[in-house]
Design a protein around this ligand. Sequence first.
Ligand code: SF4
Length: 429
Amino acid sequence: MNSHHIQTAEATGSVAQNIAQLNLLAPESTCSTDLAASPWDTPAGYGPGASQEDQIPSGYPVQSSIPEEYLKASDEELDARIVAAKATLGDKAVILGHFYQRDEVVKYADFVGDSFQLANAALTRDKAEAIVFCGVHFMAETADILSREDQAVILPNLAAGCSMADMADGPSVQQCWEELTALYKDEEDDGRMPVIPVTYMNCSAELKAFVGRNGGLVCTSSNAATVLEWAFERGRRVLFFPDQHLGRNTAKAMGIALEQMPMWTPRKALGGNDEAIMHDAKVILWHGFCSVHKRFNPAQIAKARQEFPGVRVIVHPECPMEVVDAADEAGSTDYIQKAIAGATEPTTFAIGTEINMVNRLAAQYPQHTIFCLDPVICPCSTMYRIHPGYLAWVLEELVAGRVVNQITVPKDQQGDAKIALERMLAAKP
Ligand code: SF4
């Protein structure tokens, strides 16, 4: 059950205090007073938390209201119902919980990990007919691409998207691609493609299929450098989307000059750049970011160093470049987790990633002092939309023989998206 670095949920303990106690906190200690609001209200933005100000694209899936009994049930009742439904389903269902998911939901997960680890972990449960993904939309899509056709992937709340993933939409990327293709068509042929599209895992299946179709591949925050090396062996440039920060931080560490990393702003001619810059470009960065990781800044790191001399500062590469530069280390959720697990002496860690994960690590490793660099409690708002009530609903529907909230990647995207994922797995440094 416990495959490599994937954590099983039992190990995470009960760290629900952080989010559960939001009602008790002064408003200024959270980034959104909506965090304490009813989970059933669907706000106009992505919901309470860091990306509440981000705009939801039109045509986004809407979660219809669920039966009132779930809205009215107490926490204890929901707990009893989830536990009972999970026991009845047994091996027929596997529940996945992302590192950034709230504890009230993660405690029911069979596996806890990052999105790609989880999609792969689900494959180890071959009796599972349903894969319940307590993460966000693109993660459920990835699980659908990798799982068997007879397995249903379920997202308990359809409104759980990812604002970063939604910053790159199919038509804008296609438009960009056409402009780049036209711009580079007269370049001298040196046997390499003029530009290779690389997408971060955090994107729609439509875009994974796009890169697969156009000679590109997917990367995670663990293997971005390897993937860029693969791309530079085959292409003169890379178009990197949707996260500008992961692209910039990775390319910079590989020695690429900042001047050769223009930013592509969608819906502007040549992304807002002139032709000379685009010809000289090595990595074209899409204007996307994660609202959670964008909150970190160098001043927080300076303060941590002042208050805790000797502190080890580790941040996620979705953080801005100045933050990564000021930190001691930068790495994926998996990297952060392993760095803490591997520390033999009691250590103070200041971490720059989502608060639910940081608090869980703090509870799991009491021998260390572990805190989040951002003093304000600001979870990933889209993950936050998966409330235990939704989980109880989808599980009880499964018990009754009904599949609700199934995420299905269209057939014409499945194949190309899988090619892009397989290229990633085959890319070796
Ligand atoms: S933490 Fe950021 S990138 Fe991750 S799901 Fe939330 S909004 Fe998306």
